[in-house]
Design a protein around this ligand. Structure first.
Ligand SMILES: [Zn+2]
Length: 334
């Protein structure tokens, strides 16, 4: 393993670009690496955003966060890839627009320098960031589809020790939900299983949410990262996490439309996340843009807490529209 790119960095901020490969337009595909080094020694926290190209709320929140961060009070270092999949972002989409193989960067870690472009990107992130950090945050949000989220995932496949550390890191972010999820193929899975290092995947906020919700989630993203850094001893001010609902995959119920159309959502506000919805309650309906008929009504399959919702707008058949954490199968963490 080679030395990290930031090994000679003193207190302050540093930016570089990691070369990956040549694109068909002739330019070099590079990955942006931001490094913030504290005055005092401490752990290195790796943060990666825009693994999915249209999830840019965390990216802009972190831009604000690192500009505000006082490096004299920081112990250790942040290593941040601000746009993990530049090709997906350039295409205004979630996945890499390429011809062959798996194109979801979130499924191909640790990657392969001789694989397809998506795998090359993963390999570059692994070699330059993942293999040199002490804790890891894989930051996601709702994308261009108008999704609202408010949880932090941790990996069900991690060892008990790493899982407990990952849950503690996830809790420190301060969202109302933590979710034990199968993160196979993600960077966090690699960190957990190959490096025995804790990792957490916030799934919060969204893109194009309007000024009020964008401001709210940006503030929550910054506060959440501060909470994680305090938890890791990188900043002062460690606090007890709030009461949170923890749920696993068995408790997770996704409500997906059977028809494509225009979703009229009954839950479009940030405050709606966390509501206990009773079984049979209407969540929204799908309208046919052609005939103006209601194609289907979507209802809650169980009594559960709403942790994922969608703005009104066009939806494809089978896409996630709402998700509930079943009340009877979840647990409260105090
Ligand atoms: Zn994502």
């Amino acid at each position: 393993m080679t030395a990290p790119l930031w090994q000679d960095q003193k207190e302050g901020r540093w930016f570089t670009r990691i070369p990956v490969t040549t694109m068909l337009n002739g330019a070099m595909l590079t990955l942006p690496l931001h490094v913030v080094t504290g005055k005092q020694a401490g752990p290195t926290l790796g943060i990666v955003t825009n693994v999915h190209g249209d999830e840019f709320l965390p990216t802009t929140a972190i831009r604000t966060m690192i500009r505000q961060l006082d490096t004299a009070k920081l112990k250790g270092r942040l290593a941040i890839i601000s746009v993990a999949n530049p090709l997906a972002t350039a295409g205004f989409g979630r996945l890499t627009p390429e011809q062959h193989g798996r194109t979801d960067l979130h499924e191909v870690f640790p990657g392969n320098a001789r694989g397809n472009t998506t795998q090359m990107i993963a390999a570059a992130i692994t070699a330059n960031v993942l293999d040199h950090v002490d804790a890891y945050v894989d930051f996601h949000s709702g994308g261009s589809g108008g999704r609202l989220q408010a949880r932090v995932d941790y990996n069900s496949k991690a060892s008990d020790d790493v899982k407990a550390k990952s849950l503690a890191l996830a809790r420190a972010f301060g969202m109302p939900f933590t979710h034990e999820n199968d993160l196979t193929g993600t960077a966090t899975h690699y960190m957990n299983l190959k490096r025995n290092i804790p990792g957490a995947n916030p799934e919060m906020g969204g893109s194009y949410l309007g000024p009020e919700n964008t401001a709210l989630y940006t503030q929550q993203a910054i506060a959440g990262l501060h909470g994680m850094m305090a938890h890791l001893g990188m900043l002062d001010g460690k606090t007890k996490p709030p009461r949170q609902l923890d749920f696993n995959q068995q408790a997770r119920h996704e409500i997906r439309p059977r028809n494509s159309g225009y979703l009229v959502s009954n839950y479009e506000c940030a405050d709606d996340l966390g509501l206990l919805i009773k079984k049979g309650s209407k969540l929204g309906e799908v309208i046919d843009l052609y005939s103006y008929e209601v194609l289907e009504e979507m209802t809650a399959p169980v009594d559960g807490y709403l942790f994922f919702s969608r703005y009104s707008g066009v939806v494809g058949a089978g896409t996630q529209a709402f998700a509930l954490a079943e009340e009877a199968a979840s647990r409260w963490l105090d």
